[in-house]
Design a binder for this molecule. Structure first.
Ligand SMILES: Cc1ncc(COP(=O)(O)O)c(C=O)c1O
Length: 377
């Protein structure tokens, strides 16, 4: 049945994505390719359309976090090199082989499992060995790598396609940790080369690494957030010119003139003042409009920033539009992104919510439809 959707949506501006992609590419030395990180539904922007856009611009390397995310791309016909950053868990080996997916190899046990399944079908599987150069999360520590290498080189079902690590503090340009991690990374790279392994790809840098730190031995860079217009950290505001890709908008469902002093929304933490006009939007915390924006969020309407009043509900928010002339039901208010020359970017939300723009974008709910612009893309 045909019907009109709820008037709340996230516009995904593919021109802005392209602009940010060009910025990231500009940070890549000539001998490095750009691998686009499209995990978590392309940080909430929609993995399939975003990956297809990158493909059209010439990107051939992608990374997701899970097998499920990889299969979603394969089912959509995306058959480029696909790295799964989050390991191959027991029972997933055959799917990795069948769909030509490259797991990130975090330990020797996973190597054995993959090798066994590959050998059983006379096949081989490409893996990227991940070392812990100081992130303190996952991957081979130097001693584990040293101990595993003699066995790893014997596993004929595995092709060591990549060698990688991840940076913990690259967003802080004066942190000594990145230099230490680079040293550990090079030391472990040397170790695998001495064992006779020469991976096709070597990679370390995320967005912050790519924009602030050099990695001459790398063949790939793995940016995510900068592609979507989020700064990798506050140290980068003068270094990068990024455009917001996601614009969260909603249309006024009701306009209300409440009696002076009447409470607004749960808990009555706001009371209407005389002559106040309130706009109600069909969006709430179930859509990723955080409840912490109660009484302190903002929207953009006709070139003005207008305040959110009262508690954010699961499906509704209220804004004070008393100072906006000629307002109508159906008028569009922008909560994230830009409109009329004003903007409220992911980093603004992140600062208010004491988080990072990554989380802001990922939390825009699945019930918010994504609309891709320009429509000709
Ligand atoms: C292993 C790995 N590489 C690359 C990225 C991309 O990082 P960023 O979004 O900071 O560029 C991530 C993101 O968390 C990651 O986990």
């Amino acid at each position: 049945m045909d019907y009109s959707p709820r008037p709340t949506w996230a516009e995904i501006d593919l021109d802005a994505l392209h602009h940010n992609y060009r910025q990231a590419l500009g940070c890549c030395p000539v001998n490095q390719r750009l691998l686009a990180v499209v995990k978590a539904d392309a940080y909430g922007h929609g993995a399939i359309p975003v990956t297809k856009a990158f493909q059209a611009w010439g990107v051939k390397d992608f990374a997701v976090a899970t097998l499920e995310e990889a299969l979603e791309l394969r089912t959509a016909g995306i058959d480029d090199r696909l790295l799964v950053l989050g390991s191959c868990f027991p029972g997933q080996e055959e799917a990795f082989l069948k769909y030509n997916l490259m797991p990130t190899l975090l330990d020797i046990e996973t190597a054995r499992r993959l090798n066994k399944v590959a050998a059983r079908s006379n096949q081989s599987i490409k893996v990227h060995v991940k070392v812990d150069s100081g992130m303190g999360r996952v991957g081979f520590l130097p001693d584990q790598l040293r101990a595993s290498l003699p066995e790893l080189v014997q596993l004929e079902g595995l092709i060591i396609e990549g060698f990688m690590s991840h940076l913990a503090c690259a967003d802080e340009l004066d942190s000594p940790v990145t230099t230490e991690q680079q040293g550990q990374f090079r030391m472990m790279l040397e170790m695998i080369r001495k064992a006779g392994i020469e991976p096709r790809d070597i990679h370390l840098n995320n967005s912050a690494g790519l924009s602030g730190w050099e990695c001459p031995e790398c063949t790939l860079a793995r940016p995510g957030i900068m592609l979507y217009g989020g700064l990798p950290g506050s140290d980068f505001s003068d270094k990068l010119d990024l455009h917001p890709v996601m614009h969260l908008r909603s249309r006024i469902a009701q306009l209300r003139q409440l009696p002076t002093g009447s409470g607004i929304s749960y808990g009555h933490c706001y009371h209407a003042h005389a002559g106040m006009q309130v706009a109600v939007l069909p969006i709430g915390y179930a859509d990723g409009y955080n409840r912490l924006f109660s009484n302190c969020g903002e929207g953009i309407l006709r070139g003005q920033k207008i305040p959110v009043i009262g508690r954010v509900c699961m499906d509704w928010i209220m804004l004070d539009v008393s100072n906006v002339p000629d307002i109508q039901i159906g008028d569009c208010i922008t909560l994230l992104g830009s409109a009329d020359g004003l903007s409220i970017i992911g980093d603004d939300w992140a600062e208010q919510l004491n988080t990072i723009s990554y989380e802001v974008f990922c939390r825009i709910g699945s019930r918010v439809p994504r609309r891709y612009l320009p429509e000709s893309a």
